[in-house]
Ligand binder design. Structure first.
Ligand code: ADP
Ligand code: MG
Length: 703
């Protein structure tokens, strides 16, 4: 009898060759892995489209019919396999461009098939390319009693050739579920949780996710398993936070002193917004608590995060500590350095700058002052966390615009002060949907600056195509005549870099012709330039020596030129929503009405059009983030690509917000009452967490 841990090879119907293919193709090593290889869709045996009634290009259809003809056409690259399927109402063309040999052997003319795929219109006729094919009679004859919903499993060409097509895998799962002793599938959630949230028992859910008899059963099973998945992730994240709170001592910034007060009374050039005040209070509570702060401040572009960061750093100084501010790019770091130096003025704060490009004597001086404690605040790039940077007494680190600042980097930071872990404040202008934030930053506390400084006019966003080029130029000219400045941004994607660079350069040349010197001066900044050259160009633009800044997304983050009032984004359809939002945030920072012009080609994909429309309709970063999540899925949201945390078996952060919120709620309640999960009713949770971490260790050894 199989157990969950037994090697998949020994499951009846597998054997060494199939086991090998299952391992390499799908990562299925054990029976447990197979049990958790869930179907990606189900065939509803009662729902078939009639060929005559298929009218829509791009529709997903399931039809049932007899295979009438099978024919290989063309040579070489044009080689394809075509077939005709006939039902009572008409015929449908099927076509394959790959795996032809195998298909020729496995498909039989005259047999009845269930065919699933997406129809496309071609020369006024419909066909289906690369449909899933399943013989009808084999299905009901071999797989036991007929069920209404048949699972369809992910598979690959290589597995298919070993007889493990979707149907072959279905047979294996059936065998597994029929022979697995009932005691193998243990409940992981306490009974009171099952009752409270009306969750199905785990064993039932794991059976029904594979072989549901009706949609309702499938829904119930799916909900239970999603809940479990999200709940244990939240439980682990919150446990990390609880443990850190208990074990990592934080420096106590007990007093508000001269630096802070002097700044607040004499230097702060404006009244803080209500949101800024609230967030500063939240930070202040953290800093005085004796626990190490790990706080994320989310605030839309222009919401005024910098001054919040500065005032937090001043709190550190008032308590005898040093502070650092780390930015992702040299340009941004330098702008912070200039801006903050100006803001503190003659307060007597020694602010320094450090990056990889600060060398020789200059670097030595900064390093010496940091080590002696003479330098209060250092602003810079990633260089700040390198080992050669030593502080006398680092108490706070502010990290600006960094999603990729992971646990590892934070650990490096902690090592910077042997006396304890510095407080960490992470700031981001990329609003992250709540569900994502709860997961990605589940171990952080979150503050939101949800209010813009007064007097800002909402940016007007327009969508234009090549037809409007002349008018767009006229508009740029009229804005520049009023003394304003203009950004023109081009996409630069690594994979298409050479093409993009050409594009950027020819755009620059065209602009130079349309806006010639001496009346107009144009800056250009892109990622291939040396840091010093970039900085020179950026400075010229800042000082208004140039009116147009042609750039790639290197200017995306944080850069502040209040006099710039127009942002033209070329090939806007190639940018993601959050990137577009970030770019748009570069303008609208002054008192003038600002504009964002999205240039695209005339033809757009449906998704591209929706992105552009979203931008035109709203300037609310959170609305945009939600749309981004919906359109592209969580794995593609800016800065989250590498996060293994977002790889779920079933849960979908774009849709399962409610389940996630409930799961996080109960996880927090449980840890509040029973932090060690020592209560008898939490024994299952304890066991599951141990099993999980055991599995995680095995995995890290494998990969
Ligand atoms: P971001 O949150 O994008 O980092 P910044 O901190 O760069 O925003 O602030 C954008 C601009 O708004 C800066 O010029 C800053 O001086 C100004 N600003 C910040 N807070 C206020 C406020 N409360 N009132 C008026 N202007 C403010
Ligand atoms: Mg900023």
């Amino acid at each position: 009898m199989p157990s969950l841990d037994s090697n998949i090879e020994y499951l009846k119907g597998v054997g060494p060759q199939r086991a090998d293919a299952l391992r390499t193709e799908l990562g299925i090593f054990t029976c447990r892995d197979l049990l958790f290889h869930f179907p990606f869709r189900y065939i509803d045996r009662t729902q078939f489209h009639r060929i005559k009634e298929i009218h829509e290009d791009g529709a997903q259809v399931q039809i049932r019919g007899i295979l009438r003809r099978l024919e290989t056409l063309g040579e070489g690259r044009a080689k394809r396999l075509t077939a005709t399927l006939r039902d009572d109402t008409g015929i449908m063309e099927l076509v394959w461009f790959k795996g032809i040999q195998w298909l020729e052997k496995s498909l039989t003319v005259g047999k009845e098939y269930v065919v699933f795929g997406r129809v496309s219109e071609f020369n006024g006729r419909f066909n289906i390319a690369h449909p899933e094919m399943e013989p009808v009679e084999a299905e009901t004859a071999k797989d036991g009693p007929a069920v209404r919903l048949d699972p369809v499993y992910p598979t690959t060409d290589r597995l298919t050739q070993r007889g493990l097509d979707a149907r072959g895998i279905r047979k294996l799962v059936r065998t597994l579920l029929d022979t697995l002793p009932a005691s193998e599938i243990q409940e992981t959630l306490p009974d009171y949780m099952l009752e409270l949230y009306r969750l199905a028992p785990r064993a039932w859910a794991l059976h029904k996710i594979h072989f549901p008899e009706q949609q309702k059963e499938l829904d119930t099973a799916t909900r239970r398993l999603k809940f479990e998945e999200l709940f244990f992730l939240q439980l682990r994240l919150l446990q990390i936070r609880t443990r850190r709170r208990e074990t990592v001592r934080g420096f106590v910034f007990g007093q508000i002193g001269d630096f802070f007060n002097q700044f607040y009374q004499h230097k702060l050039p404006f009244e803080l917004t209500g949101a800024q005040k609230r967030v500063l209070k939240e930070i202040r509570v953290d800093l005085a608590s004796g626990r190490q702060m790990n706080r994320l401040v989310q605030g839309d572009v222009g919401s005024g995060k910098t001054v919040v960061a500065l005032m937090t750093m001043l709190m550190a100084l008032d308590n005898g500590f040093q502070a650092c501010l780390m930015a992702p790019t040299e340009i941004l770091a330098q702008q912070h350095f200039t801006g903050i130096s100006e803001l503190v003025g003659d307060l007597g704060v020694n602010v320094g700058y450090l990056s990889g490009s600060v060398k020789g004597k200059k670097r030595e001086k900064v390093l010496a002052e940091l080590a002696s404690g003479d330098m209060h605040i250092v602003i810079g790039t990633h260089a700040l966390i390198e080992d050669w940077v030593q502080f006398k007494n680092l108490g706070l680190c502010v990290i600006d615009e960094q999603h990729r600042f992971g646990v590892e980097q934070r650990a490096k930071l902690w090592a910077k002060n042997p006396a304890g872990a510095p407080h960490v404040l992470v700031m981001t202008a990329t609003p992250i949907p709540r569900t994502l934030a709860m997961t990605l930053y589940g171990d952080l506390d979150v503050s939101v600056i949800d209010e813009l400084p007064p007097g800002r006019k909402p940016i007007t966003t327009m969508h234009k195509t090549e037809h409007h080029r002349l008018r767009v130029q006229g508009f740029m000219r009229s804005e520049m005549d009023k003394g304003r400045q203009v950004y023109v941004v081009y996409p630069m994607i690594e994979e298409t870099e050479t093409m993009d660079l050409q594009n950027l350069m020819s755009g620059y040349e065209a602009l130079s012709r349309d806006f010639p010197p001496p009346t107009f001066q144009i800056s250009i900044v892109h990622g291939k330039m040396k840091a010093a050259d970039k900085d020179y160009e950026m400075q010229r633009f800042l000082k208004k020596e140039t009116q147009i800044m042609v750039a790639t997304t290197v200017i995306e983050v944080g850069v502040n030129v209040p006099n710039a009032s127009v942002m033209v984004i070329e090939n806007a359809e190639r940018f993601g929503l959050s990137q577009l939002h970030q770019l748009r945030g570069r303008v609208g920072r002054g008192a003038d009405q600002s504009y964002c012009i999205l240039m695209t080609s005339y033809k757009l994909s449906a998704e591209g059009r929706e992105r552009i429309q979203t931008m035109v309709q709203t300037t609310d970063g959170f609305v945009i983030a939600e749309a981004d999540l919906r359109l592209r899925g969580p794995g593609n949201i800016e800065g989250t690509q590498q996060s293994g945390m977002l790889r779920f078996l079933l849960a979908d952060l774009a849709r399962d917000g409610q389940i996630l919120a409930a799961a996080r709620d109960i996880a927090a309640q449980i840890l509040e009452k029973d932090p060690a999960l020592a209560a008898p009713e939490h024994q299952r949770l304890r066991q599951q967490l141990t099993a999980d971490s055991r599995e995680a260790r095995v995995w890290s050894r494998i990969s």
